[in-house]
Structure formats: C-alpha cells, structure tokens
Ligand binder design. Structure first.
Ligand code: F3S
Ligand code: F3S
Length: 105
C-alpha cells in the first residue's frame, strides 16, 4: 500500500483524490489517509502531491514511520467502506496527529 505522511497535515491539497482509480483516499480532520486494503498500489497519487506527502510503504522516511500505523488506525472504526466519496470529510485523526502544532504555511 501507499502511505500519506506528515506533509499532508493542515495542507489537504486533495490532488491525490482526483487520481485514485479506486477512490481509497479518505479525509480526516487534518490530513487524508489511504485505506490499506483498498489501495491497489497503482501509484498514481504519489507524483501529484505538491508537498510530496505520499510514499510507497517501504519508502516512508524513518521520521514519518508512525504514519504507516496512522493510515491503518484511521480505519479502525471506518473499516473498508469501498469508496471515499460516499464517506466524505470526517473529523477523525489518530491522537498523535490531532495534537501536532499547526503545520503547513
Ligand atoms: Fe495531502 Fe498531498 Fe493528497 S497534501 S491531500 S497527500 S495531494
Ligand atoms: Fe489510489 Fe494511490 Fe493506492 S492512487 S490505489 S491510493 S497508490
């Protein structure tokens, strides 16, 4: 799967959402998250993110390793809805993201 990491926080550009053929990029309160069971590893989202927040799971920089589990934890309650557009924006973020200082410019 692909992972969205810290550069997305408070930026939420959403260019990635337009590219995803399976609509598996879901919106939280402060960033977006890729549903790991729904992502088909097409990689189309990765080059379009203007802040380079998206990585293949094996290529996530060490400092952002916690985002691998964040992209899993985001879906603990949501499960696998099979499409982000019908879910829409949520206000949820895993705790460590919720408490980050304001990010982005
Ligand atoms: Fe975030 Fe980049 Fe998508 S900022 S919403 S991962 S295009
Ligand atoms: Fe979608 Fe990106 Fe996965 S475009 S299928 S989330 S690699």
């Amino acid at each position: 799967t692909y992972i969205i990491a810290e550069p997305c926080v408070d930026v939420l550009d959403r260019a990635c959402v337009e590219e995803c053929p399976v609509d598996c990029i879901y919106e939280g309160g402060r960033m977006l998250y890729i549903q790991p069971d729904e992502c088909v590893d097409c990689g189309a989202c990765e080059p379009v993110c203007p802040v380079e927040a998206i990585f293949y799971e094996d290529d996530v920089p060490d400092e952002w390793e916690p985002y691998v589990s964040a992209n899993v934890d985001f879906f603990v309650d949501l499960g696998s809805p099979g499409g982000a557009s019908k879910v829409g924006k949520t206000e949820f973020d895993p705790d460590f993201i919720k408490t980050l200082p304001p990010m982005g410019e």
